[in-house]
Design a protein around this ligand. Structure first.
Ligand code: FMN
Length: 443
């Protein structure tokens, strides 16, 4: 199985300062032209998929410097992701289209129907990034006074995923003969109501869409906590991992795969993509210079606010030049990412300010800056070393970073036999080497 390549399709790129760079998209807020161009670039480079992270709240209004500058994961001016991917499906033919939807603030019927539609519209290229919502403020838009505690979120997520898959199985693959001669639009023997009643949901079904082209759109998940890992083992086809060192990534990889057997699954049923920022250029020096240019576009006040956001820590109470401390308590935000940042800072002996500046490329610890050879060396080591099955790549500056990766790095990866020269199939499952799930009701 070749190395999987996923592109972060965030309109604002990935580095906190990059939207200000002269090479960046002009006016990236809700810009459909940019999105179309990025999808075409990634598909021409034979990327397996485009990924859109998402949330449902406007963030950081309590951090004025960061709020005004925004960071890529704030997304204050973006499209609803499935709506955007439906449009991108019409201008692409092979690339996978993966959108985030939350189990904490949505209903399983809505999610099942939306992704079934995207799967039909795209000819089998849809993926659902299942999140329980990392941003506490999102829940305030959905009848909550505070973020839902992690345990409750993951309990609901487990049942949510079961219901979604059940709804996708409502109809047999051949349930819609649409036969003019006999007058049978559908075959009444080939549909089943779900009749689900559980702790969180009561859903009768069946769903009013034919079974998705892929059977089930590909399910992604990025939980790092114990509950998040169990959810991945039970329901995910792909996991976005975020570990800053190859040692930690190997442990996570082995841990996730070892959990599958308890859920009646094979090790190859779960693909693990490591999140990484890759800044590639003609020479190591050119790439390093670009990163310095980007860092210079972020004032200290914005960088320190950004550290507070990413770790959930009260950074204003810390001296910028003191060593980076551990978080005082478990909090409800993206702790997997926060923990990875703190672990990286402590292992490298960074100060608070150095940590803040170190994470400006957004993807926490793992970052590769350099020539094609340097990028290929590191990604090859991770891939062949059992740390991941591929990479979720952010490439500053959007779109020139992705173009450089494709022009410089992809040929080198191909020479080393790590990535394929063309798509293996037409569906995302085929391209990721995942089997098409059988229907629980119809053999
Ligand atoms: C690559 C990557 C992408 C993520 N995308 C989102 C997202 O779009 N929306 C969201 O709410 N959380 C997102 N998260 C956060 C995870 O859903 C999760 O909350 C986080 O990794 C912490 O894990 P835990 O929930 O098990 O504590 C992402 C995490 C990673 C590593």
């Amino acid at each position: 199985m070749p190395m999987i390549l996923a592109a972060n399709a965030n309109a604002q790129g990935s580095h906190v300062g990059e939207w200000r760079h002269p090479d960046a998209w002009d006016r990236p807020a809700a810009n459909i032209g940019n999105a179309v161009r990025l999808a075409r670039i990634a598909e021409a480079g034979k990327f397996d998929l485009l990924f859109l992270a998402d949330g449902n709240g406007v963030r950081n209004m309590d951090k004025p410097d960061l709020f005004a500058a925004t960071s890529p994961s704030d997304r204050p001016g973006v499209f609803e992701p499935v709506t955007l991917l439906s449009a991108l499906a019409m201008v692409t033919t092979h690339i996978g289209l993966v959108a985030t939807a939350t189990t904490t603030c949505d209903e399983p019927y809505h999610v099942a129907r939306r992704f079934a539609s995207l799967d039909h519209i795209s000819g089998g290229r849809a993926g659902w990034n299942l999140v329980t919502t990392s941003n506490p403020g999102d829940a305030l838009n959905f009848n909550h006074d505070a973020h839902v505690p992690r345990e409750q979120r993951y309990g609901r997520a487990m049942e949510f995923a079961t219901v979604v898959k059940g709804l996708w199985d409502s109809w047999a693959d051949d349930a819609f003969p649409q036969d003019r001669a006999s007058g049978r639009f559908l075959d009444p023997a080939r549909v089943r109501a779900l009749n689900h009643k559980g702790a969180h949901f009561t859903v009768a079904g069946p769903m009013n869409a034919p079974r998705p082209v892929q059977g089930h759109p590909v399910i992604f998940n990025a939980g790092q906590s114990e509950a998040g890992r169990e959810l991945s083992a039970a329901h995910a086809d792909c996991v976005f991992a975020i570990e800053g060192t190859i040692g930690r990534a190997k442990l996570l990889y082995a841990d996730l795969r070892a959990r599958l057997a308890r859920h009646g699954r094979q090790p190859d049923d779960l693909k693990i993509l490591s999140g990484v920022t890759i800044c590639a250029a003609e020479t190591d020096g050119d790439a390093e210079a670009l990163m310095r240019d980007l860092d210079a576009l972020v004032p200290d006040a914005v960088a320190l606010d950004y550290l507070a956001k990413m770790t959930g820590m009260r950074v204003p109470g810390l001296a910028p030049d003191q060593p980076m401390p551990a978080p005082a308590e478990e909090h409800l935000g993206p702790t997997g990412i926060g923990k990875a940042i703190v672990a990286m800072a402590q292992s490298e002996g960074l100060t608070v300010r150095q940590t803040a500046r170190r994470i400006l490329p957004q993807m926490a610890g793992n970052m590769i800056v350099g020539s094609a050879r340097r990028v290929a060396d590191v990604t090859e080591e991770w891939y062949r070393g059992g740390a991941c099955d591929g990479f979720m790549i952010a490439a500053p500056v959007a779109p020139t970073g992705l173009e450089r990766f494709i022009r410089l790095v992809v040929p080198e990866l191909r020479r080393r036999g790590l990535v394929r020269a063309d798509y293996a199939g037409t569906t995302l499952r085929e391209n990721l080497g995942l089997t098409r799930p059988s229907n629980r009701h119809f053999a």
